[in-house]
Design a protein around this ligand. Sequence first.
Ligand code: ARG
Length: 369
Amino acid sequence: MDKTKLTQEADKFIVSLYKELGKTKAQTDARREKVKHDIEMHGYYEHTFEEISYGAKIAWRNSNHCIGRLFWDKLEVIDARHIETSDEVFKYLFQHIRIATNNGKIKPLITIFKPKIRGIRKIKIWNHQLLRYAGYETDHGVVGDPDSVNFTKFCMELGWKGEGTSFDILPLVVQIDDDTPEYREIPKNLIYEVRIQHDEYDIFGNKEVKWYAVPIISDMRLEIGGLDYIAAPFNGWYMGTEIGARNLADESRYNLLPTIAKQLDLNTSHNRSLWKDQALVALNQAVLDSYKKHGVTLVDHHTASQQFQLFETKETKAGREVTGKWSWLIPPVSPATTHMFFKPYDNTILTPNYFYQKEDYPLKDSSRK
Ligand code: ARG
């Protein structure tokens, strides 16, 4: 971003944030002058803690894909902008996992490392999420999570070796400047996982199925006032369907519906038996029930949609328009049981916000999925 654009973005952010925070005109003007001056002199500016902290929250509030936004102002923010070395980065990432997990009572949390400064990045986290399962290509198809195949190869090229199970937690991979990326195994005692079991039926047969407690997205760019925080892992808690209707169910992921149908003795010879639907319901019940039993925070999609409706009401009261992406807001099971199904959403992208960044693992072999 050039200086002129950065100045504009920074100014727009300060004006709107300081208004929302109820600051005086004098305070706002002083800050605007300082920011403008810093950009002029150094080519960048630094946020105060209040600015990054609110910026990160507002970025969540502006996340059109997210149904969980009622809790946007409960996000806890850890300022890690002073961190320089990979050892320290790993330490902060482990700490993030521990604090966010909170013995199962999941806390929405973001850890913010240095932004890009004059276009240069210092810290890069290569993981998509801090906790995720490896995926290994074998002669009999993928073992583990097919979504992780490329990243798993990348980890192995760096020297990591997995156990080869369906649920191997991947290491964290961090890069400083243009150094070789480094990997570090996550201490086992930090990793909470939930064994998925149905209360009434044995839905997986001899397969042991589990999922991790906290989804900590670590590859998105947080943009606040024209600054790019390219390393800023954040989490909320899971909605059941993310696991039960996608991660464990998608044909291109763990693809468990055929196993469940077999276990439940469903008629898979034709679509109209609705065996997939029945298997999906059983799987989603199992996810909800298992997280509950293990004392790990997780929300069902009906409750989440009611919470989202409350968010919409609150935003309207605050004089803000709610933006959203309909195809993401509706849950993947029983979408028409939620109010979102029946109304249009405006997918305008506001900033601050979280944006995708290109995944470009520097794999030696160029095979990509
Ligand atoms: N859908 C992703 C997954 O299943 C996680 C995305 C973030 N989800 C959340 N509840 N904060 O791993």
